[in-house]
Write a protein that binds this ligand. Structure first.
Ligand SMILES: C[S@@+](CC[C@H](N)C(=O)[O-])C[C@H]1O[C@@H](n2cnc3c(N)ncnc32)[C@H](O)[C@@H]1O
Length: 179
């Protein structure tokens, strides 16, 4: 009886902790943790054709799945994930712990210098993207490719749009930009 009660107390404690993590994350960020679909992340990384000396950023990296895809496609690429919400940050740290080339930083994307980026990926809300655009314009080197999942900038035209079909899900769009 006592063991069963302790088990349920433990489950309640875990659920409460996850709930608090999610609430804190939601208060800190303007975009929820909504992971990209498998086909879409594969297509995005394939499109970028990352080279050994590429520096790839995922702005709002969630649980790190896009960085893992990039690393699995080319293990020499330096991958940097920026994530502010505690729960996805923790998940990203755990999932990428065996990958020396992946660096996860718990920071606000609006404060991170991006001068060394050669490729950028993001899956953020349009309001955030538009607020970030001036920083991207000033920081990114000419020729830097940026992929945005599902959402477009208001004041920048994509050079290409790719529609990625999904099994049992709605399709997702990738907007490709060049800076
Ligand atoms: C839609 S999810 C995308 C996750 C991942 N990039 C993917 O494609 O699967 C957006 C992520 O951005 C993070 N985020 C939102 N605002 C942020 C900010 N200002 N700084 C850092 N991360 C932020 C959220 O916590 C969330 O994990």
């Amino acid at each position: 009886m006592i063991v069963i009660s302790l088990f349920w107390i433990f489950i309640l404690f875990v659920l409460l902790a996850v709930y608090i993590f999610l609430i804190v994350g939601k208060c800190l960020t303007q975009a929820p943790f909504l992971p990209v679909l498998r086909n879409t992340k594969r297509k995005a990384i394939e499109y970028l054709q990352l080279q050994d000396n590429s520096v790839f950023y995922d702005l709002g990296c969630g649980d790190g799945r896009v960085l893992l895809e990039a690393s699995n496609q080319n293990p020499k690429v330096r991958c940097i994930g920026i994530e502010l919400a505690p729960l996805p940050y923790l998940l990203a740290r755990i999932r990428t712990r065996n990958y020396k080339q992946i660096h996860i930083q718990r920071k606000n994307i609006f404060t991170v210098p991006l001068h060394n980026a050669t490729h950028v990926y993001m899956y953020l809300m349009p309001k955030m993207m538009n607020a970030l655009l001036p920083r991207l314009m000033s920081d990114l080197q000419p020729g830097t490719k940026l992929i945005s999942c599902d959402f477009m900038f208001k004041d920048k035209v994509p050079i290409e749009t790719i529609e990625v079909a999904q099994k049992g899900h709605h399709s997702q769009k990738l907007y490709i930009y060049e800076f």
